[in-house]
Every structure is written in structure tokens, then in C-alpha cells.
Design a protein. Sequence first.
Length: 165
Amino acid sequence: MGMSVTISVATEQDAEQIFRLQYLCFQSEAALYGNYRIAPLVQTLDSVRQELVSDCVFVARLGDEVVGSVRGSITEDGAAAIGKLCVHPRLQGHGIGARLLRAAESALAEERGAKRFRLIAGHRSEGNLRLYRRVGYEAVGTSQGTDGVPMIVLEKAAGTYAATA
């Protein structure tokens, strides 16, 4: 495909596009769990704007269109929580998700001192789990989402990159 998708730090101007993309991308996840109140679908635009200011947010762009996004922040225990990774359905399967993850990991380690990364995935979200394992994450436990969905917690140490498959 002759598409050149660029990864860059999100700006406040991206808030609405990220908001809409997230809503589109997480529909399939909601369907998987029969739960349309999952966090990414009920997040407000204002909340997305706040995360753009406080968190480490990256976007994938195809021309002027935001086609992917990821967010990360440092938690109390010094790990970096990475979440809300999404790639436009028509562009999935081209490695954009892995590139977004790498950008977030690098920034969180270099700029915010993260020693390890943590993310959570729904127990039925096979595509996400496959991607996370491929880039070096390992399951360390489970948790219950606020929305009642059983989640798998995955972590990896900063500076460990699995061979890209």
C-alpha cells in the first residue's frame, strides 16, 4: 500500500478527531462484550482534551486525518499505564498499533522516567492481546474493569523490545 502514516505527538487541535476515532474503534470491542458503556465509549470530549494536556498522547496521521491514537501516563508506583490504543478499522493490520505503542513507550521512558509499562486488555480481545505479546508484554494478573469486563493486566520492563514479527 502506498500509504505513509506518520506518528507524532498529539496536539490540542486533535482532540475532536481522537474523540471520534475512539468512538468508532471501540464499537467492535463493545460488541465483543455486549457492553456499550465501556470507558472509551463514555469518555467525554472535555476529558479527552484534559488527557491531551496531562498525558503522553500520540497520533498516527494519514495526511490530515487522525487514523490512530494511544495515551500513556505515569502511575503512583512509577509504572507507565498505556491505554486507549486505537487504529481506524480500515487501516488495521499494517503495524500502526505497534508503532504507536513504541512511540508512547519511548516517550514515557525517556521523558517521564518509566521503568516499566502496563496495559490492560479485555479477556476476549484476541487481536489486542496478540499485538501486546508480540511486542514483549506478558500477562501479570487480572482485574475487573469499572464496567464489569474482566481484564488481563500485561506488563513489560522499559528497554525490552521483542523481535517484531
